[in-house]
Design a protein around this ligand. Structure first.
Ligand code: PGA
Length: 250
Protein backbone atom coordinates (compact mmCIF):
# COMPACT_ATOMS: atom_id res chain seq x y z
CA UNK A 1 0.00 0.00 0.00
CA UNK A 2 1.33 3.40 -0.98
CA UNK A 3 0.81 6.09 1.68
CA UNK A 4 -0.92 9.07 0.09
CA UNK A 5 1.15 12.23 -0.08
CA UNK A 6 -0.36 15.71 -0.16
CA UNK A 7 2.09 18.54 -0.76
CA UNK A 8 1.36 22.25 -0.75
CA UNK A 9 3.33 24.20 -3.33
CA UNK A 10 3.08 27.75 -2.07
CA UNK A 11 4.93 29.11 -5.13
CA UNK A 12 5.91 32.80 -4.78
CA UNK A 13 3.30 33.50 -2.11
CA UNK A 14 3.49 34.47 1.58
CA UNK A 15 6.34 36.27 3.32
CA UNK A 16 8.12 34.97 6.41
CA UNK A 17 5.42 35.93 8.91
CA UNK A 18 2.46 34.89 6.77
CA UNK A 19 4.15 31.56 6.02
CA UNK A 20 4.62 30.88 9.70
CA UNK A 21 0.98 31.71 10.40
CA UNK A 22 -0.27 29.54 7.53
CA UNK A 23 1.89 26.62 8.65
CA UNK A 24 0.69 27.00 12.23
CA UNK A 25 -2.96 26.87 11.25
CA UNK A 26 -2.39 23.85 9.01
CA UNK A 27 -0.53 22.04 11.81
CA UNK A 28 -3.34 22.73 14.25
CA UNK A 29 -5.87 20.99 12.02
CA UNK A 30 -3.59 18.35 10.51
CA UNK A 31 -2.26 16.97 13.76
CA UNK A 32 -5.26 14.72 14.31
CA UNK A 33 -5.00 13.21 10.79
CA UNK A 34 -3.03 9.98 10.40
CA UNK A 35 -1.98 7.89 7.46
CA UNK A 36 -1.19 10.69 4.99
CA UNK A 37 2.19 12.29 4.34
CA UNK A 38 1.79 16.07 4.46
CA UNK A 39 4.44 18.35 2.97
CA UNK A 40 4.58 22.16 3.04
CA UNK A 41 6.74 23.87 0.40
CA UNK A 42 7.13 27.58 1.13
CA UNK A 43 9.62 29.92 -0.56
CA UNK A 44 13.30 29.52 0.37
CA UNK A 45 13.02 32.61 2.53
CA UNK A 46 10.33 31.08 4.72
CA UNK A 47 11.80 27.59 5.11
CA UNK A 48 13.21 28.31 8.57
CA UNK A 49 10.06 29.92 9.94
CA UNK A 50 7.90 27.10 8.60
CA UNK A 51 10.36 24.52 9.99
CA UNK A 52 9.86 26.08 13.38
CA UNK A 53 6.07 26.16 13.05
CA UNK A 54 5.82 22.47 12.10
CA UNK A 55 8.31 21.16 14.67
CA UNK A 56 6.92 18.07 16.42
CA UNK A 57 3.92 17.90 14.07
CA UNK A 58 3.05 15.41 11.31
CA UNK A 59 3.92 17.96 8.58
CA UNK A 60 7.17 17.76 6.62
CA UNK A 61 9.13 20.54 4.95
CA UNK A 62 9.71 20.80 1.21
CA UNK A 63 11.51 23.24 -1.09
CA UNK A 64 10.41 24.36 -4.55
CA UNK A 65 13.71 23.81 -6.37
CA UNK A 66 17.44 23.22 -5.77
CA UNK A 67 20.61 23.78 -7.75
CA UNK A 68 22.79 20.87 -8.86
CA UNK A 69 26.11 22.41 -7.79
CA UNK A 70 27.44 22.23 -4.22
CA UNK A 71 28.28 25.92 -3.90
CA UNK A 72 30.00 28.73 -5.75
CA UNK A 73 29.23 31.53 -8.17
CA UNK A 74 25.56 30.80 -8.95
CA UNK A 75 23.79 34.01 -8.05
CA UNK A 76 20.26 33.46 -6.85
CA UNK A 77 20.57 29.69 -6.40
CA UNK A 78 20.33 27.42 -3.35
CA UNK A 79 22.21 24.15 -2.82
CA UNK A 80 20.89 20.88 -1.45
CA UNK A 81 23.12 21.09 1.66
CA UNK A 82 21.58 24.47 2.47
CA UNK A 83 18.11 22.97 2.12
CA UNK A 84 19.04 20.05 4.31
CA UNK A 85 20.38 22.35 6.98
CA UNK A 86 17.04 24.19 6.92
CA UNK A 87 15.22 20.93 7.68
CA UNK A 88 13.95 20.17 4.17
CA UNK A 89 12.97 16.57 3.30
CA UNK A 90 11.31 16.92 -0.10
CA UNK A 91 12.28 19.03 -3.12
CA UNK A 92 9.94 19.85 -6.01
CA UNK A 93 11.89 19.59 -9.27
CA UNK A 94 10.97 20.33 -12.87
CA UNK A 95 7.78 22.20 -12.09
CA UNK A 96 6.15 23.42 -15.30
CA UNK A 97 6.62 27.04 -14.22
CA UNK A 98 10.38 26.38 -13.97
CA UNK A 99 10.28 24.72 -17.38
CA UNK A 100 8.19 27.53 -18.93
CA UNK A 101 9.80 30.63 -17.43
CA UNK A 102 13.28 29.64 -16.24
CA UNK A 103 14.73 27.39 -18.92
CA UNK A 104 14.36 24.13 -17.00
CA UNK A 105 14.96 21.16 -19.30
CA UNK A 106 14.82 17.39 -18.83
CA UNK A 107 18.60 17.53 -18.56
CA UNK A 108 18.68 20.11 -15.74
CA UNK A 109 15.87 18.24 -13.96
CA UNK A 110 17.98 15.08 -14.12
CA UNK A 111 21.06 16.86 -12.70
CA UNK A 112 18.94 18.14 -9.83
CA UNK A 113 17.37 14.72 -9.19
CA UNK A 114 20.87 13.21 -8.93
CA UNK A 115 21.99 15.89 -6.48
CA UNK A 116 18.88 15.80 -4.32
CA UNK A 117 19.06 12.01 -4.00
CA UNK A 118 22.78 12.16 -3.17
CA UNK A 119 21.90 14.45 -0.27
CA UNK A 120 19.30 11.90 0.89
CA UNK A 121 16.43 14.24 0.14
CA UNK A 122 13.34 13.12 -1.76
CA UNK A 123 12.62 14.67 -5.14
CA UNK A 124 9.06 15.36 -6.29
CA UNK A 125 9.55 15.19 -10.05
CA UNK A 126 6.97 17.18 -12.03
CA UNK A 127 5.89 16.26 -15.54
CA UNK A 128 2.95 17.27 -17.69
CA UNK A 129 1.80 18.35 -21.11
CA UNK A 130 0.56 21.70 -22.42
CA UNK A 131 -2.92 22.17 -23.88
CA UNK A 132 -1.42 22.32 -27.35
CA UNK A 133 0.37 19.01 -26.80
CA UNK A 134 -2.79 17.38 -25.44
CA UNK A 135 -4.85 18.57 -28.38
CA UNK A 136 -2.19 17.23 -30.75
CA UNK A 137 -2.50 13.86 -28.92
CA UNK A 138 1.10 14.09 -27.76
CA UNK A 139 0.43 13.74 -24.02
CA UNK A 140 1.86 10.25 -23.68
CA UNK A 141 4.93 11.04 -25.78
CA UNK A 142 5.70 14.23 -23.82
CA UNK A 143 5.23 12.67 -20.39
CA UNK A 144 7.26 9.57 -21.28
CA UNK A 145 10.15 11.73 -22.50
CA UNK A 146 10.04 13.85 -19.33
CA UNK A 147 10.02 10.81 -17.03
CA UNK A 148 12.80 9.09 -18.97
CA UNK A 149 14.84 12.31 -18.88
CA UNK A 150 14.40 12.82 -15.16
CA UNK A 151 15.33 9.21 -14.28
CA UNK A 152 18.35 8.92 -16.60
CA UNK A 153 21.13 7.09 -14.73
CA UNK A 154 19.11 6.93 -11.51
CA UNK A 155 19.53 3.56 -9.80
CA UNK A 156 16.55 1.41 -8.87
CA UNK A 157 17.27 1.90 -5.18
CA UNK A 158 17.27 5.68 -5.60
CA UNK A 159 14.20 5.64 -7.83
CA UNK A 160 12.26 4.12 -4.93
CA UNK A 161 12.87 7.33 -2.95
CA UNK A 162 11.27 9.57 -5.56
CA UNK A 163 7.76 10.93 -6.00
CA UNK A 164 6.31 11.87 -9.39
CA UNK A 165 3.79 14.67 -9.85
CA UNK A 166 1.71 14.58 -13.02
CA UNK A 167 0.54 18.11 -13.63
CA UNK A 168 -1.16 18.89 -16.93
CA UNK A 169 -0.10 22.50 -17.57
CA UNK A 170 -3.55 23.45 -18.80
CA UNK A 171 -5.00 22.50 -15.41
CA UNK A 172 -2.55 24.48 -13.25
CA UNK A 173 -4.09 27.54 -11.65
CA UNK A 174 -6.85 27.59 -14.26
CA UNK A 175 -9.66 26.01 -12.28
CA UNK A 176 -9.79 23.33 -15.02
CA UNK A 177 -9.07 19.90 -13.60
CA UNK A 178 -8.22 16.86 -15.66
CA UNK A 179 -11.11 14.42 -15.45
CA UNK A 180 -10.45 11.47 -13.17
CA UNK A 181 -10.24 9.25 -16.26
CA UNK A 182 -7.77 11.58 -18.02
CA UNK A 183 -5.58 11.77 -14.92
CA UNK A 184 -5.74 8.03 -14.17
CA UNK A 185 -4.79 7.21 -17.76
CA UNK A 186 -1.58 9.25 -17.61
CA UNK A 187 -0.75 7.99 -14.11
CA UNK A 188 -1.07 4.41 -15.34
CA UNK A 189 1.20 5.23 -18.31
CA UNK A 190 3.83 6.64 -15.94
CA UNK A 191 3.66 3.58 -13.68
CA UNK A 192 3.97 1.26 -16.66
CA UNK A 193 7.03 3.18 -17.83
CA UNK A 194 8.61 3.00 -14.35
CA UNK A 195 8.04 -0.77 -14.42
CA UNK A 196 9.84 -0.94 -17.77
CA UNK A 197 12.71 1.24 -16.53
CA UNK A 198 13.07 -0.61 -13.22
CA UNK A 199 10.70 -3.37 -12.10
CA UNK A 200 7.03 -3.81 -11.31
CA UNK A 201 7.70 -3.77 -7.56
CA UNK A 202 9.64 -0.51 -7.79
CA UNK A 203 6.93 1.02 -9.99
CA UNK A 204 4.35 -0.12 -7.44
CA UNK A 205 6.27 1.58 -4.64
CA UNK A 206 6.65 5.01 -6.29
CA UNK A 207 3.94 7.51 -5.46
CA UNK A 208 2.45 9.51 -8.31
CA UNK A 209 0.67 12.70 -7.33
CA UNK A 210 -1.82 14.59 -9.43
CA UNK A 211 -1.54 18.40 -9.61
CA UNK A 212 -3.67 21.01 -11.34
CA UNK A 213 -6.60 22.75 -9.63
CA UNK A 214 -7.07 19.99 -7.07
CA UNK A 215 -9.50 21.14 -4.38
CA UNK A 216 -11.62 19.49 -1.67
CA UNK A 217 -14.53 19.14 -4.12
CA UNK A 218 -12.64 17.02 -6.66
CA UNK A 219 -9.95 15.46 -4.45
CA UNK A 220 -11.91 12.40 -3.40
CA UNK A 221 -12.66 11.28 -6.96
CA UNK A 222 -9.11 11.84 -8.14
CA UNK A 223 -7.55 10.20 -5.09
CA UNK A 224 -9.74 7.12 -5.36
CA UNK A 225 -8.19 6.20 -8.72
CA UNK A 226 -5.84 3.19 -8.50
CA UNK A 227 -2.73 5.07 -9.67
CA UNK A 228 -3.30 8.49 -8.07
CA UNK A 229 -1.37 8.53 -4.81
CA UNK A 230 -1.68 12.12 -3.71
CA UNK A 231 -1.74 15.70 -4.81
CA UNK A 232 0.59 18.61 -5.45
CA UNK A 233 -1.56 21.56 -4.51
CA UNK A 234 -1.03 25.19 -5.51
CA UNK A 235 -3.87 27.65 -4.94
CA UNK A 236 -5.85 25.48 -2.52
CA UNK A 237 -2.75 24.98 -0.34
CA UNK A 238 -2.79 28.67 0.62
CA UNK A 239 -6.10 28.32 2.48
CA UNK A 240 -5.89 26.07 5.57
CA UNK A 241 -9.48 24.82 5.24
CA UNK A 242 -9.21 23.76 1.61
CA UNK A 243 -5.76 22.20 2.12
CA UNK A 244 -7.07 20.25 5.13
CA UNK A 245 -10.14 19.26 3.10
CA UNK A 246 -7.86 17.65 0.52
CA UNK A 247 -5.82 15.89 3.21
CA UNK A 248 -9.03 14.55 4.72
CA UNK A 249 -10.12 13.28 1.31
CA UNK A 250 -6.78 11.44 1.02
P1 PGA B 1 -2.81 24.65 -8.69
O1 PGA B 1 -1.22 24.44 -8.84
O2 PGA B 1 -3.28 23.70 -7.63
O3 PGA B 1 -2.96 26.10 -8.28
O4 PGA B 1 -3.41 24.38 -10.01
C1 PGA B 1 -0.64 23.16 -8.80
C2 PGA B 1 0.84 23.26 -9.02
O5 PGA B 1 1.28 24.05 -9.86
O6 PGA B 1 1.63 22.56 -8.36
Amino acid sequence: MRTKIIAGNWKMNKGINDSKALAASIVEKANSINGVDIVLCPTYLSLSSVAEAIKGSNCKLGAQDAHWEDDGAYTGKISVSMLKEAGVEYVILGHSEQRQFFNETDETVNKKVVKVLAAELKPIICVGESLEQREAEKTEEVVIAQVKGAYANISEEDAQKTVVAYEPIWAIGTGKTASTAQAQEVHATIRKLLAELYSQSTADSIRIQYGGSMKPENAKDLLSQPDIDGGLIGGAALKPDSFIGIIEAA
